[in-house]
Design a protein around this ligand. Sequence first.
Ligand SMILES: Nc1nc2c(ncn2[C@@H]2O[C@H](COP(=O)(O)OP(=O)(O)OP(=O)(O)O)[C@@H](O)[C@H]2O)c(=O)[nH]1
Length: 434
Amino acid sequence: MFIFATSTVRRSSDRFHLSQSSQRWGWQWCCRALRTRRGIASISVRSAARSLWASAAPSPNSSPSGASGTVAENMESASGTDEVDQRIPVSILTGFLGSGKSTLLNRILKTKHGKRYAVIENEFGEVGIDDELVKNHIRLEGGDELFEMNNGCLCCTVRSDLVRILRRLLTRTTKYDGILIETTGMADPTPVIQTFFLDETLADFLRLDGVITVVDAKHLQMHLDPKHGVRRETVEQIAFADRLLLNKIDLVSSAERRNAQETLRRLNATAPIIPCVRAEVPIEELLNMRAFDLDRITERDPFFLAMDESSENGDHQHEHEHEHEHGEHDHIHDHSITSVGILEPGELDVDRLNEWLSNFLSERGEDIFRMKGILSIHGTDRRYIFQGVHMLFESMPSEPWGTDPRVNRLVFIGRNLDRAAITEAFRTCLRSET
Ligand SMILES: Nc1nc2c(ncn2[C@@H]2O[C@H](COP(=O)(O)OP(=O)(O)OP(=O)(O)O)[C@@H](O)[C@H]2O)c(=O)[nH]1
């Protein structure tokens, strides 16, 4: 359960300060920035898919959790005796950086649905933050489990990790009602989807239930603008969706919302579009929906299930922020988009931090796709969770430091980031006596 503190860092005009009353920042504009820049701001197609579509007799409540033995053993013994597709449903949560995927994930995990999920998280960025964010917001109670895959893009270098984790899940005696995979905000979902068709073992025991794409209504048009270098990822994530959550509609006018809906419809003709705030959507509209339709995908891309051997084995190792290909699916991350991670012990002077962030975002807000971290703020014994998307940011108190070393963990993801300058500027916000 998330623990609220009695004091918090609040932002008023363009300053942070400590307040005893407010429990949490709301989204805040970087006011100075707003004043100065308004716009700131292979193989052949396998028969792996065969069993999938042939045997699927929809049963929304079917779950393999009742029996004992490994998932694989139970599925084996059930096969041939039952028309019901007993495979474990897998949902892919995707969406651009900062769109609200973790918010959705936390909502799903918090909802009392009586189900047990295995959660697989993949994070883009040098310093892993998401595990803390998920764990800080909710204790993984009731048997839910979290697996992390940091420092790699699920669509490439750590794809073999994904296969390994999924296979391991199948050998466990713990029964899951579903598996949730949160991709990085920079991921092309193609290879993740392919995994469930190209790996025969996985295809026998897992079924891809659907791709849920969370869209940031505020920044959609900006991300589609080719000049920002992330149009490809944004388009792919939307095009593959079986459900489109048009999130953050609290931040846009009704005209902007209509415009966003029209844009989504142009990019994806069939997925229901669900406008929402903080991913508040009935879970039953998202999970176990049996929405994934391979035909729709292959109609769009006849080579969807074609990929080369090296990609299948996941052994095309290379650094991130690079070019690489997946068979017919050229997938190129813009070289200029990188992450800068900061790991600094000490306590931050909130005024200095405020001043630096205000100046930094007023100049670079358009290029900063994402900022997130756990901060150690002088004057409070609690960790502060810091979240930012372009010029918007919020912070909230989290768990006490206790006897843990007070270490700031922060990651910036954006274009043309100057590592030395960012690190140096951050250090100047630390109190010297700490
Ligand atoms: N105003 C507003 N803020 C939102 C909404 N949904 C999420 N946020 C905030 O947006 C920020 C990013 O949300 P996350 O759920 O962490 O986004 P994400 O897609 O998981 O981000 P990454 O995976 O790190 O790229 C957080 O500060 C959220 O609190 C919304 O509907 N309205």
